[in-house]
Design a protein around this ligand. Structure first.
Ligand code: GDP
Length: 474
């Protein structure tokens, strides 16, 4: 087999050039392209145990930011009341805006969006799928920010946090999926089970949740200095948009949730890099429709790009952002594209759309650094499971255990017979089909992965070197 691909590193572009200006000789200027520059896009994924209040919070945010109109809201309120659960109106608001955007199509990772003064937020991962971890991975791998929702209600915090509860696993997966920043929202502080006798929010309960969770978050890589903790009530909406009144919560002196989100440092966008867009969904709708997060580069209508690894040249026929037609998409955007030149059957989730001048690498086999988290027994050569890398999900086999590594990544023992939970190692993996990946050092978004087996995440890792198949034109 050929040597590993020596892909030129994608250059990070710290400053943000002006919005792409088209040659508009025959058309008038499309304002869509300029809108992109006014509101900076940020993708948010809501994480946390079932019933923590994720849909209620997302729905209430849509209402508070004026993204659901009053009349529609009154309708949901009636429907929710008829079901005897008025609070569900917020979850309805989320469901509907999602359906509108999906135009009746079921989406694996639904989205709703809202805008604040300077930002355009997309909420990834939607009700119905949110507790299904592989989909959560899909959502998290596209997200810039994670909001970890914790229920402070008596008994619920404890359940969500125990073994088997989703709080821990979501926090870990978010870290390994590349979520850059985490905001922890302690919800349901209005619940009678935890209210102070005078009806105000209990600082004691808030601190209890925080103190118990913090060490665990630290263990999976969330440095406590980088975390923001916010007490809220998804149902009453307190501390979502407006700061909770001090009569309700005298002890919180931080900002409400939306202000915190608005003020987070925006992620670096690789505007001038080559186009790289892993496909997370596809369907037929008057042609081939694909959806995914644009990881680098700018895509414009009428651009010619290449679908990898099958190397088919495609034309961007139309482009949508959050359900509205647009002229251009930039890194960080979750984009829906209609493609010409390729049949829907010839696209698979996990394929990557890229610039024809800078094709993404692909391979049957690569060397990876692994950290083994848990597995009922040990991992040795011949072990097979499923790898989740960007939007791709593929079966693989461990073809060689090359070395056990110490904490710093140095080889401790060559060719070990097996590795156990807690160990780090260098392995060679063989995929059942060629898969688009890049070494982690070259392009981290396409170079980090997790391994799942029987419904559990058993290892996380990064791509070190590609072994074969990578045929770049240069
Ligand atoms: P999800 O599964 O995380 O999306 O949780 P939901 O948003 O569906 O909420 C689960 C339940 O908790 C619903 O019955 C909500 O009405 C309730 N709930 C959500 N937020 C709050 C809150 O702030 N306070 C109280 N008391 N209940 C809440």
């Amino acid at each position: 087999t050929a040597a590993a691909s020596e892909a030129p590193p994608a250059k990070a572009e710290p400053t943000r050039p002006k919005a792409p200006v088209e040659n508009t000789s025959q058309n008038e200027v499309d304002l869509g392209a300029f809108d992109l520059d006014q509101k900076k896009p940020l993708n948010v994924v809501l994480l946390g145990h079932v019933d923590a209040g994720k849909s209620t919070i997302s729905g209430h945010i849509l209402v508070l930011t004026g993204n659901v109109d009053e009349r529609t809201m009154e309708k949901y309120e009636k429907e929710a009341k008829a079901l005897g659960r008025e609070s569900w109106k917020f979850a309805f608001a989320l469901d509907t805006s999602e359906q509108e955007r999906a135009k009746g199509k079921t989406e694996e990772c639904g989205q709703a969006s809202f805008t604040t003064e300077t930002r355009r937020f997309t909420i990834l991962d939607a009700p119905g799928h949110k507790n299904y971890v592989p989909h959560m991975i899909g959502g998290a791998s596209q997200a810039d920010i994670g909001i970890l929702v914790i229920s402070a209600r008596k008994g619920e915090f404890e359940t969500g946090f125990e073994r088997g509860g989703q709080t821990r696993e979501h926090a870990m997966l978010a870290k390994t999926s590349g979520v850059r920043q985490m905001v922890v929202v302690v919800n349901k502080l209005d619940d009678t089970s935890v209210l102070n006798p005078d009806g105000s929010w209990s600082e004691e309960r808030f601190l209890e949740c925080k103190t118990k969770l913090e060490p665990y978050l630290k263990q999976v890589g969330w440095n406590s200095k980088g975390l923001v903790w916010i007490p809220v009530s998804g149902i009453t909406g307190q501390n979502l948009k407006d700061k909770v009144p001090s009569s309700t919560c005298s002890w919180y002196d931080g900002e409400p949730l939306l202000d915190v989100l608005e003020n987070l440092r925006p992620p670096e966008r690789l505007l001038s890099g080559p186009v790289k867009m892993p496909i997370s969904e596809k369907h037929k709708e008057m042609g081939t429709m694909v959806m995914g997060k644009l990881e680098s580069g700018v895509i414009k209508v009428n651009d010619r790009l290449v679908m990898m690894p099958n190397r088919v040249e495609v034309l961007i026929d139309s482009l949508q952002l959050e359900g509205s037609t647009a002229q251009a998409a930039e890194p960080g955007d979750v984009v829906r594209l209609r493609l010409k030149g390729i049949e829907e059957e010839d696209v698979r989730v996990g394929f990557v759309l890229c610039s024809s001048t800078d094709l993404v690498s692909y391979t049957h086999s690569f060397i990876a650094r692994l950290m083994v988290l848990e597995h009922k027994s040990i991992i040795c050569a011949g072990y097979s499971a499923v790898i989740h890398i960007h939007s791709a999900v593929e079966e693989f086999t461990v073809s060689k255990l090359l070395a056990e590594l110490d904490k710093k990544g140095k080889a401790k023992q060559k060719n070990p017979k097996f590795v156990k939970p807690g160990m780090r190692c260098l392995v060679q993996l063989k995929m059942s089909q060629p898969i688009c990946v890049e070494p982690y050092d070259v392009f981290p978004q396409l170079g980090r992965f997790m391994i799942r087996d029987e419904g559990k995440t058993v290892a996380v890792g990064t791509v070190a070197r590609l072994i074969s198949d990578s045929d770049r034109p240069d």
